[in-house]
Design a protein around this ligand. Sequence first.
Ligand code: ZN
Ligand code: ZN
Length: 240
Amino acid sequence: MREWALKWAQERARAWGNALLPPVCLLCGASGGHQPLCPACQNDLPALSAPCCPICLEATPYGERCGACLVHPPHFDRVFALYHYVFPVDRLIHELKYSAQFALARRWRQELATRLVTQPHRADRILPLPLHDERLAERGYNQAQEIARALSRATGIALDTQSLSKCRATRPQSESSLKERRRNLKNAFACQTDLSGQRLLLVDDVLTTGTTLNEAARVLKLHGAEEVTALVVARTPKHH
Ligand SMILES: [Zn+2]
Ligand SMILES: [Zn+2]
């Protein structure tokens, strides 16, 4: 059997195997629930709640703007995130990305959607942060797009997977310095639509330094977007 066929068969066998087993909490192994996490583990996830910068969510003493956003305001108008990107959220997001934990993905999408609909402002379109075709082929799906699709369903806001595209594959962000990251991202995104007056929700799984979302937001604003809100499952504290 060809290698890819073998891989495919193994994947299918694992998926069918998983479907037959009783649902088990991904973190503690408790059985019986129909959610990927048991209620105790769900409650223990590190939620973002402390006073923080209204734009980037960096912790600040009184909820005022952080220094970085005062000096270099980002192109996005604000960020919404559910969790800190620390254990066990980092592990769960890894699962979501590489082992196609669809039950978990669904749960998170629901949560993001619930949070989102409680926000007072509306948006005209939901855009997932695109993956380059090469990466998409490697991984088989774009997790940001899966989250965006659920949000669209839950809120009735139109899903737009066409306007923003990734024109070239960029190196993994974690392997490069901030300066390199900026250079690496130059002209990485393209926009094919006139977005004049549009309020956009830009969806990704994790906000690390914000460089990628910032560059995407810059391109969207260049094409007329009035407002760009970044929506992520988790964010890391800033490193600079
Ligand atoms: Zn548990
Ligand atoms: Zn800030």
